[in-house]
Ligand binder design. Structure first.
Ligand code: GDP
Ligand code: MN
Length: 349
């Protein structure tokens, strides 16, 4: 499949390879970028690197989302960087804003408290709407209806290495539902009651929780479920199955969390929310560590050590975050000995 696509691409002689875009077995996949108009420069840098390292060969489309209308300048200066289709969507109030059960006076008091305690984004109202949208809504935006996989992109990230195969195709072929590249422990002051809430969800929904041999749950607790160790996949990079997030089981979890109000009364992030759901509901064999994708979101870098030369990486190996203190990769590797070297990444060495 992969080499057939490569052959078509070669034949296309550098002109836009319509044959690839129209390929019948092509994964329905998309880059998803939530951004403000003021993020334009940072988004341009990110797209430039995505295109250079991957998408100039694969031509996946982009969806841009914003709770305000994108400016013509934003649309022109992003679409001009890619030969792929670009779509720009407005997020309506039903996906961005306060649900009716939230006490907004209390929410404002909580923000002030977190602000006074100097907790990052603690005083920010838009940041909370953003985290709730990314937790419960982006995958339900109408512009994503046509797709089965997404790849999240943020402003000012770096892609350091060639991505010379199709991660979407790889995920679909292997039945993978969630892919990540950096993991770390969460700042607990942002999620004081997330774990208790999640534990009561687990207790009430035993049928939705994977406690089997292939469970990821041991990764998120060091004391047999007494406490959450904070480990989560950093959601500014994600390649995932939209159908997983649209599933009844995921939405049940999101709605349960949303009812508790912690997106507003605390500062629950979409990263721990996605990660706890993945850990509760998926199997190890459905989750993929993209060890071969060199990536930076300030201040953390994943720099592939073993494939650094082969993938033409431009990061410095010494900056790799993987085995340092806050990283959760050591714990993750305890789940499974062979998770790092799967075929797709190893064969290309
Ligand atoms: P951080 O990575 O947690 O420091 O947060 P960012 O500022 O990078 O925000 C995460 C993502 O959400 C980025 O893609 C931002 O462009 C986007 N974002 C954050 N706040 C807003 C907002 O108020 N409106 C919109 N449209 N996008 C936002
Ligand atoms: Mn960011």
């Amino acid at each position: 499949e992969q080499s057939a696509l490569a052959a078509i691409y070669k034949q296309s002689n550098g002109s836009p390879p319509a044959a690839i875009v129209a390929h019948p077995n092509r994964v329905k996949a998309v880059f998803v970028i939530l951004a403000r108009n003021s993020d334009l420069n940072g988004i341009r840098k990110s797209i430039r690197e995505i295109e250079d390292r991957f998408n100039r060969k694969f031509h996946y489309p982009y969806v841009f989302l914003n709770e305000e209308f994108f400016t013509d300048e934003f649309k022109e200066q992003t679409s001009s960087l890619t030969s792929s289709p670009t779509h720009y969507g407005k997020i309506d109030d039903d996906m961005w804003g306060y649900p009716s059960h939230i006490n907004q006076t209390h929410a404002a008091e909580c923000r002030k408290d977190l602000q006074d305690r100097k907790i990052i984004y603690g005083g920010s109202e838009p940041y909370r709407h953003m985290c709730r949208f990314q937790s419960g809504f982006f995958f339900r935006h109408p512009l994503l209806d046509a797709y089965e996989y997404y790849w999240r992109v943020e402003p000012d990230v770096n892609y350091y290495c060639d991505i010379d195969y199709d991660p979407f195709q790889m995920m679909k072929d292997k039945g993978l539902k969630y892919g990540w590249t950096l993991s770390l422990t969460e700042y607990m002051a942002t999620i004081p009651t997330l774990w208790e809430t999640t534990k009561s969800f687990m207790a009430q929904n035993r049928d939705l929780i994977n406690h089997g041999e292939d469970s990821i749950l041991p990764w998120i607790t060091d004391d047999n479920f007494e406490t959450y160790n904070g480990c989560h996949f950093w959601s500014n990079f994600e390649i995932g199955s939209l159908d997983f997030f649209r599933s009844e089981r995921y939405l049940k979890y999101f709605n349960y969390l949303d009812a508790q109000g912690g997106f507003f009364y605390e500062r629950w992030g979409d990263a721990p929310v996605h990660s706890l759901a993945v850990a509760m509901m998926l199997k190890k064999s459905e989750v993929h560590f993209f060890n071969d994708i060199g990536y930076k979101h300030n201040p953390l870098i994943h720099c592939p050590i073993e494939q650094w030369a082969h993938k033409k990486c431009s990061c410095e190996k010494k900056d790799n975050f993987d085995w340092t203190g806050w990283s959760c990769l050591t714990r993750y590797s305890e789940l499974s000995k062979d998770f790092i070297w799967d075929e797709a990444t190893h064969l290309n060495m």
